[in-house]
Design a protein around this ligand. Structure first.
Ligand SMILES: NC(=O)c1ccc[n+]([C@@H]2O[C@H](COP(=O)([O-])OP(=O)(O)OC[C@H]3O[C@@H](n4cnc5c(N)ncnc54)[C@H](O)[C@@H]3O)[C@@H](O)[C@H]2O)c1
Length: 446
């Protein structure tokens, strides 16, 4: 369903009218295209503790940023990056104001704010309080930014500027791949994160399987995984076979007809992997359904079918894979949750149960996956994404939902796919048991 309002307010006349009457003016977001520069302009790097570490400068240069330091008097920035890893007391937080005030207005359209911090670790109360304060600052900056610019927080365990996890995160968050990720913290732990031989094809040599891939977000995920070099198996219901075949042909993948909720789904999946692959590196649990009804009116089947497809299937397939030889070491599993699982939604008790359940699943399963040859499992929680699922909503509800985010627009399936592809990559090994929202900082439950 095209966003005609976004097109309108980006025309000269529409922009003038929207500005005069104070209507939202969503920007056309910068999305990744192979060969594009990493950023729309130079990157200003600062630190709350004097000079930024030389390793961080080198790393940012190596990923393609044109790095300047705080002495530079340019006034148009593609990114503002602040190393705040040394914050220890509330008074240290003034360094954030010093760096950002006056410069946020100089950020180019679709520019990036990134703050590097540390996660609270229980060692000192004032330090933990000051570290947690970064979360509030970054979420608020994200709400203040305009013209498609975003702000996110990277909580690093290693010294700032070292480790493949930090490099892979910088490549994702500075580029157009993170266009619809806004106001989010991500912890980059010390999990094994090998650097790919080729950062443009980080999934080369990997075998991936995406459920519910005949259309929408699943089809987009399959496309981005294939672009990044993976051999992709696309799975969906037999009745979605025609769409599935088209997706497979488009990306040179193979198909599997699989109802993820059927009792024999785990067994059939393992048999398929044994017969056609050397083992699975990447599994994306994307298949999902809605059966919306107020709880007061909900029928047993509306409840049960959503639980079976969106949650039970993931639990059963994960158990089967972990107990088999088909899941390779350093595997990556990504489960589709939803912001509804974080905030709840009227008429969606069944769906919200499953999407919150998926968050519980990844948090609880992280240790088991880490023990399986340094594998990871994470969730991606999309906000409002334009797909056939959301096209079923009444027009007025859809229009309101589209504007209810800091970026004032719906995301596209490719935005979710880029986040999934990052979490599926070898370099994201430091991220485990986490939930990454791809929601343009959806204001519902934000
Ligand atoms: N669209 C959004 O705004 C949004 C927001 C948050 C989360 N999500 C989640 O993202 C995922 C994809 O959503 P979408 O909007 O692309 O949905 P969609 O309805 O367009 O596509 C879902 C796909 O899953 C398949 N599927 C359904 N039941 C299945 C089963 N039992 N076995 C195998 N395949 C099955 C369908 O045939 C379809 O191809 C879902 O898990 C959804 O809950 C979507």
């Amino acid at each position: 369903m095209p966003d005609r309002y976004l097109d309108l307010v980006n025309s000269p006349l529409g922009s003038a009218v929207a500005s005069r009457v104070g209507l939202p003016r969503p920007a056309v977001l910068r999305r990744y295209q192979a060969g594009d520069p990493l950023l729309p302009g130079p990157l200003l790097l600062g630190s709350t503790s004097g000079a930024a570490p030389a390793e961080l400068v080198d790393l940012l240069k190596s990923v393609g940023a044109d790095v300047r330091d705080a002495q530079t008097d340019d006034d148009r920035w593609g990114a503002l990056v602040l190393d705040a890893t040394e914050i220890r007391t509330p008074s240290d937080l003034a360094g954030l104001r010093t760096f950002f005030a006056g410069r946020l207005r100089q950020l180019l359209p679709s520019g990036r704010v990134l703050v590097l911090g540390r996660a609270p670790d229980g060692a000192d109360i004032a330090t933990d309080a000051s570290r947690q304060a970064l979360d509030g600052v970054v979420r608020s900056i994200a709400k203040e930014l305009q013209r498609g610019a975003t702000a996110n927080l990277l909580l690093v365990d290693e010294p700032a500027g070292t480790g493949t996890s930090v490099e892979s995160a910088l490549r994702f968050f500075l580029s157009g791949k993170s266009a619809y990720v806004d106001g989010q913290p991500v912890r980059l732990g010390s999990g094994e994160a090998p650097a790919p031989a080729d950062w443009d094809h980080p999934l080369a040599g990997k075998t991936a399987l995406v459920t519910g891939a005949a259309r929408g977000i699943g089809a987009a995920i399959a496309g981005v995984l294939a672009r990044d070099g993976a051999s992709v198996i696309v799975a969906d219901l037999a009745q979605a076979g025609e769409g599935l075949a088209k997706v497979a042909n488009r990306l040179g993948g193979t198909t599997l007809h699989l109802d993820v909720a059927s009792p024999d789904a785990p067994e059939r999946l393992l048999a398929h992997l044994a017969a056609h692959t050397e083992g699975l590196d990447i599994l994306i649990h994307n298949a999902g359904i809605t059966r919306d009804k107020l709880l007061a009116n909900m029928k047993p089947d509306q409840w049960d079918s959503v639980i079976a497809v969106n949650l039970e299937s993931q639990l059963r397939i994960n158990d089967a894979l972990l107990g088999s030889r088909q899941l390779r070491d350093q595997a990556r599993v990504v489960c589709l949750s939803s912001t509804t699982g974080l905030s709840g939604n009227r008429g969606q008790t069944n769906y919200a149960a499953t999407k919150a359940g998926v968050i519980g699943l990844v948090r609880s399963a992280a240790a088991a996956f880490a023990s399986h040859g340094d594998s990871t499992i994470n969730a991606v929680a999309p906000g409002f994404i334009d797909t056939e699922m959301t096209a079923k909503m009444p027009l007025a509800t859809r229009e309101v939902a589209r504007r209810l985010s800091s970026l004032q627009q719906a995301g596209l399936p490719v935005d979710v796919a880029e986040a999934v592809a990052w979490l599926s990559s070898p370099g994201a090994g430091g991220v485990n048991g986490q939930v990454l929202r791809v929601c343009g900082q959806n204001l519902v439950g934000a």
